[in-house]
Design a protein around this ligand. Structure first.
Ligand SMILES: Cc1ncc(COP(=O)(O)O)c(C=O)c1O
Length: 391
């Protein structure tokens, strides 16, 4: 899917020859990583951007900076990549899973059911570029005085009612690794739009680069923060150089993807298919089309025809790490990379997960045909796919 060219090679070459690979925030020097963050702020109309080594780490650093930790419950959708849950556990908090509905994003009614006095945040995940009901979730968060967080790893450049996703909640996270709309190999971005969260942003700088508290450049700015050890999740200048060029390409890539998706949504409907959409088709990034099948077997049969064309397709149910029951085992008391730090050992409440609690999700995911729209470089495929839609 990636759209890349000589510009990326030139940008990387310049960094390699400059021998300035490492962006250390404590050093008083301009870097391509700083410049790339500025570009993201400009593009997203955001106040603060921080590049990290991955989307997971962008979420971890954001959660830590916003004070999420042991004992806190964080609501996430049943359909998301495992990283949404793992980022929460890495700060010691407990993921609480809510069902999705036919938008393949959080079911607002189920989210309401899952709120408890321990709920600290809701993570809206814009899966497959589909946009969540951010008005509904934001209103709920305001009523309950909890944080709205956006996992926009799969929806870079997506918008909701004209505003960029990732900038609507208190903070948002993006990913630039495999299968993303733009990539730099590995990388993530933490975005905070509201200037009132400057302190949290500063906290996130130290969390992602412990040493920056000891350097001269940020010393004054960070002087109000207590001294603490953080992580080492810095993006380097080589990845940032590639990402900077990729960001320049993003508007064009999105224009093409959206045009194709809108055409196919209409075509599929005209052929009698039901299409599953998120809460803002205009803002959807157009990477994936979701068709509704009459039952799981029909979903598999129809997927096979699409796969035969060389297009990635299938019920999301079968994806290896995206349905919550695939990670239940990793959410048990005895399973963790440091056993004593397992978040389920840091709370007196007992949690258990059962697939039966997610039957609405099972139904939606098994009756959906998820079609990846990688037609940017192969227009013939689109016509062949349309022929299958026509039947
Ligand atoms: C929904 C979602 N959240 C978080 C992530 C984590 O991003 P990364 O793999 O860059 O850590 C991903 C990555 O695929 C994702 O799809």
């Amino acid at each position: 899917m990636y759209v890349v060219g000589k510009e990326e090679i030139k940008a990387i070459e310049e960094v390699v020859l400059s021998k300035k690979y490492f962006r250390y925030l404590g050093a008083n020097q301009e870097s391509i990583t700083n410049a790339c963050e500025k570009d993201w702020n400009h593009y997203l109309h955001s106040s603060f951007s921080l590049l990290t080594t991955s989307g997971t780490n962008a979420l971890v650093v954001g959660m830590a900076a916003f004070g999420i930790g042991p004992g806190d419950e964080i609501i996430i959708p049943s359909y998301t990549f495992v990283a949404t849950a793992s980022a929460i556990m890495q700060v010691g908090a407990i993921p609480i899973i809510a069902n999705i509905d036919e938008t393949l994003t959080l079911d607002l009614e189920d989210v309401k059911e899952k709120i408890s006095p321990k709920t600290k945040a809701i993570v809206a995940v814009h899966m497959d570029g589909l946009i969540c009901d951010l008005d509904g979730l934001k209103q709920l968060c305001e009523e309950k005085q909890i944080l709205l967080v956006e996992d926009a790893a799969q929806a870079c450049g997506g918008t909701y009612k004209g505003d960029f996703v990732g900038t609507i909640g208190a903070f948002g996270g993006f990913s630039f690794n495999v299968d993303k709309v733009i990539s730099c190999g590995e990388g993530g971005l933490l975005v905070i739009k509201d200037k009132k969260y400057e302190k949290q942003f500063l906290q996130s700088l130290v969390t992602h680069d412990t040493a920056c508290q000891y350097g001269q450049t940020l010393k004054e700015k960070l002087s109000d923060l207590p001294s603490f050890f953080g992580l080492s999740t810095r993006l380097n200048n080589i990845n940032a150089a590639m990402l900077k060029v990729q960001l320049e390409r993003l508007p064009h890539i999105l224009r093409e993807l959206r045009k194709t998706k809108k055409e196919l949504v209409q075509y599929a409907k005209d052929c009698g298919h039901e299409v599953l959409l998120g809460h803002d088709l205009e803002g959807d990034i157009g990477t994936v089309l979701h068709l509704k099948a009459s039952d799981p077997l029909a979903a598999i049969d129809f997927s096979k025809k699409i796969i035969d064309l060389g297009i990635k397709a299938g019920p999301p149910f079968l994806r290896p790490a995206h349905a919550c029951w695939q990670w239940f085992e990793a959410m048990e008391k005895d399973h963790y990379y440091v056993k004593g730090l397992n978040p389920y050992r840091l709370t007196d409440k007992d949690y258990s997960y059962k697939k039966q609690d997610f039957l609405p999700t099972v139904k939606v995911l098994s009756e959906t045909i998820r079609v990846e729209l990688n037609f940017l470089e192969n227009k013939n495929l689109k016509e062949q796919f349309k022929a299958i839609l026509k039947g």
